[in-house]
Design a protein around this ligand. Structure first.
Ligand code: FDA
Length: 586
C-alpha cells in the first residue's frame, strides 16, 4: 500500500526496554525502526537504581562514561533511612546497594562497573541519542494499533497521532516494548500469572532543598513511617532523591478499593510537607500521578516473530530497583540473537531461547520485588504498629522502643532484625548478577550449576558453568602503560569470544578457523604471562574453573555458551559443534 513502510525490526515503545533494544541492534548493524505513541521520552523520573549488570552492559556499548556523567554516584546512594519524618525521629538505617564495608568488596569484585542512580528521565535520552547516532530510526507520536503475522513477516498497523493517518509497517520481527499496559502482549494473548492492581500509589515530583537533612546520611531512599501511609499497601511513605538534594519524588499509598484520590498542587504539597516535617520548607510541586503496584509475569514472552520485553512481560513494584534493569537485560538477551538470525548466521530456532532464558528471570524478579514489600511488615510488627492506627496510638507504640523495660529491649532487637531482612531488597547482589540460563543456546556439560555456598539472593557466586554470566577479573595488557581491562571488555561487542590459558593455545587457533569457516565473528584470547592479556592478580585463574588447557566460549551477551575443562583431541571440531548448537545452525 502507498505510505506503508518496511524495516527489519520494528520496536514498539522507547522506554528502557525499547530504546536499549534499539541501541543494541544499531550497534550490531541491524536495520530497525522505533515507534512511541508519545512525542518524547519519559516525563517522570520513575526507574532510577541502575545496577552493575546494566552499567556493564552500557560499558559493552561504549557509553559507561555517559551513564556516570549523568548519574548520582555509588557513594552517595546508600544510607537508606527509616524515620517518622525527614526532620523528625530516625528509626534506623540500612546501608544499601553494596555501600556497607561488609558488602562493598563483593560488589567491587563482581563487576568492572559500579551501580549508580540514574533516573529514567536522564537514562532514556542517553539511550535514544546513542541509538540514533548509530543508525536507529525513531518515529514519535506514532501509536501501535494491532498486528498480523505470517511466514514472511509481521505487519503492524500504526497511527500517526499528528496527522491522524494510519499506515502499516512491515517487518521481519517485532519487539513489543510497550510497557505494563502492553497492547502487543495483549494482542498475542501471552499467558500471564499473578494480578494487576495489588495496591495504589501516587507519585509527586517536587523541588525542595533537603540538603541539611541529607548531607550526613546521603541516600536515594528515605522511608517515612506515618499514619495513613499503608493504605496503598507499601507500608511507608517514600521520599526519593532525583537530584541531590533539591529534586525529589514522593511516593504515597492510596486505597485502591476507593475512588482514586483527586490531587491538587496544594494537597500534594501538604502530603509532602507532612512527610518532611519541616513547616517552613519551601516546596514546589512539579507534577503528580497515580500508578498501581502490580504482581504479574508472562509465562511465555513471544509468539512466532513477535517478542515482548520489559514491563510488557513482567510487572512489579519498584522494590529492589529491578524494573528497567531487567527490561534492559531482556533486550540484551534478544538483540544478539536477532542480529545473528537476520545476518543468516543462526537458525530462527535460536529466537525461542529468548523465551526459555528470560521467562524464569521475569518470574523471579516479580516474586522477589513483591516479597520485599511484604517484608516491610516485619518493621511495622517490630514497632508494634498497624499503620491504620490513629496518630496517637502509632506514636505511643513507636515510642515504646525507647523504654527502659524488657518490652523496650525486645522492640529494639526486633527492629534491628527487621531491618536486616531489608538486605534482600537493598543488597541482593545475587538477584542482580546471578542470572543463569538453561536453553538450546547453551551447551551444558552434564554437570549441575555449582551449589551456592552463601545465600543465593544476597551473594553473587561467579562460575564459568555454561549458562552463567561471565565472571569479571581485571587483566593487564602487554603494554605496561595501558589501563587494566576486564574479562567483560575483551568479550562482548556483539561477538563470540574464546578465552583460554597458555596450554590451550590450540583453542585460539581453532577459534580463528571456525570463524573463517562459518562467517560468525569469534575472537580468541590466550590469557597468561607473555600473552596480550595477562592475569595480573591471578583472579582469572582462580575463577575460570577449567584447567590452563581448557577454554570457554562466551556469547555476545557475556554469558558462557560452552566450556571444556581441558584440551580435547580436536578443538576445532569441538568449537564448531558448540557454535552450531548454540546458533541452531543444524
Ligand atoms: P516503559 O513503560 O518505560 O515504556 C513503554 C514505552 O512504550 C513508552 O515509550 C510508551 O510511550 C510506549 N508505548 C506504550 N503503548 C504504546 C503504543 N500502543 N504504541 C506506541 N508506543 C507505546 N524500575 C527500576 O529498575 N528501578 C526503580 O527504582 C524503579 N522505580 C519505579 C518507580 C515508579 C513510580 C514506577 C511507576 C516504576 C518504577 N520502576 C523502576 C519501573 C520502571 O519504570 C519500568 O520497569 C521500566 O520503565 C520498564 O521499561 P519498559 O521500557 O518496559 O516500559
Amino acid at each position: 500500500e502507498p505510505g506503508d513502510i518496511t524495516t527489519d525490526v520494528l520496536i514498539v515503545g522507547s522506554g528502557p526496554a525499547g530504546s536499549s533494544a534499539a541501541l543494541f541492534l544499531a550497534s550490531y548493524g541491524i536495520e530497525h525502526l522505533v515507534i512511541n505513541k508519545y512525542a518524547s521520552t519519559a516525563d517522570t523520573p520513575r526507574a532510577h537504581i541502575t545496577n552493575q549488570r546494566t552499567v556493564e552492559i552500557m560499558r559493552d556499548m561504549g557509553i559507561e562514561d555517559q551513564i556516570e556523567a549523568d548519574a548520582t554516584p555509588h557513594p552517595m546512594i546508600g544510607e537508606t533511612v527509616f524515620c517518622t519524618s525527614i526532620a523528625g525521629e530516625e528509626l534506623g538505617r540500612v546501608r544499601a546497594w553494596g555501600t556497607s564495608p561488609a558488602r562493598h568488596a563483593d560488589y567491587e569484585a563482581a563487576s568492572p562497573s559500579m551501580n549508580c542512580d540514574l533516573p529514567q528521565t536522564y537514562f532514556e535520552p542517553i539511550l535514544v541519542r546513542n541509538a540514533m547516532a548509530r543508525g536507529s530510526k525513531y518515529r514519535w507520536s506514532t501509536e501501535y494499533l494491532t498486528l498480523t503475522q505470517d511466514q514472511d513477516g509481521v505487519h503492524a498497523l500504526v497511527r500517526d497521532r499528528l496527522s491522524g493517518q494510519t499506515y502499516t509497517i512491515h517487518a521481519q520481527y517485532l519487539i513489543g516494548a510497550d510497557g505494563s499496559r502492553s497492547k502487543v502482549a495483549a494482542d498475542l494473548q501471552l499467558p500471564m500469572e499473578g494480578r494487576m492492581g495489588r495496591s495504589g500509589s501516587m507519585n509527586i515530583v517536587c523541588e525542595m532543598d533537603l540538603a541539611p537533612y541529607c548531607q550526613n546520611r546521603e541516600s536515594v531512599l528515605y522511608w517515612v513511617l506515618q499514619p495513613g501511609a499503608a493504605v496503598g499497601g507499601i507500608g511507608l511513605g517514600l521520599v526519593r532523591m532525583v537530584r541531590p538534594w533539591n529534586k525529589w519524588l514522593i511516593t504515597w499509598g492510596y486505597d485502591i478499593d476507593q475512588a482514586p484520590p483527586e490531587l491538587t498542587k496544594d494537597s500534594a504539597a501538604e502530603i509532602v510537607r507532612n512527610l518532611i516535617g519541616d513547616p517552613t520548607l519551601e516546596i514546589e510541586v512539579e507534577s503528580f500521578s497515580l500508578w498501581t503496584v502490580n504482581e504479574m509475569y508472562a509465562t511465555r514472552n513471544m509468539a512466532d516473530r513477535v517478542f515482548c520485553v520489559g514491563d510488557a512481560v513482567h510487572r512489579h513494584p519498584p522494590s529492589n530497583g529491578l524494573g528497567s534493569n531487567t527490561s534492559i537485560g531482556d533486550s540484551y538477551n534478544l538483540a544478539w540473537k536477532l542480529a545473528h538470525v537476520l545476518k543468516g548466521l543462526a537458525g530462527p530456532e535460536l529466537l525461542a531461547t529468548y523465551n526459555d532464558e528470560r521467562v524464569p528471570v521475569g518470574e523471579q524478579i516479580v516474586t522477589r520485588a513483591n516479597k520485599s514489600i511484604d517484608e516491610f511488615g516485619a518493621i511495622l510488627e517490630a514497632l508494634g504498629i498497624d499503620p491504620r492506627d490513629d496518630t496517637a496510638t502509632m506514636q505511643a507504640q513507636i515510642a515504646t522502643r525507647k523504654d527502659a523495660t524488657e518490652e523496650g529491649e525486645a522492640r529494639r532487637e526486633a527492629l534491628r532484625q527487621a531491618l536486616v531482612l531489608k538486605n534482600y531488597e537493598f543488597n541482593a547482589l545475587g538477584v542482580e548478577l546471578g542470572q543463569r540460563y538453561a536453553s538450546a543456546a547453551v551447551v551444558g556439560d552434564g554437570s549441575p550449576f555449582p551449589a551456592p555456598v552463601r545465600d543465593a539472593e544476597l551473594y553473587y557466586q561467579p562460575t564459568t558453568h555454561p549458562g552463567a554470566r561471565l565472571p569479571h577479573a581485571w587483566l593487564g595488557t602487554a603494554d605496561p602503560t595501558a589501563p587494566k581491562v576486564s574479562t567483560h571488555d575483551v568479550c562482548g561487542h556483539g561477538r563470540f569470544t574464546v578465552l583460554t590459558g597458555i596450554n590451550g593455545a590450540a583453542w585460539a587457533e581453532a577459534a580463528r578457523e571456525v570463524a573463517a569457516a562459518t562467517g560468525v565473528q569469534v575472537e580468541a584470547h590466550v590469557i597468561g604471562p607473555g600473552q596480550h592479556y595477562e592475569d595480573l592478580y591471578g583472579d582469572w585463574a582462580r575463577q575460570r574453573e577449567h584447567t590452563d588447557a581448557g577454554a570457554i566460549l562466551v556469547r555476545p551477551d557475556n554469558h558462557i555458551a560452552y566450556r571444556s575443562m581441558t584440551m580435547v583431541e580436536d578443538p576445532r571440531q569441538a568449537l564448531e559443534d558448540a557454535l552450531s548448537t548454540v546458533l541452531c545452525r543444524r
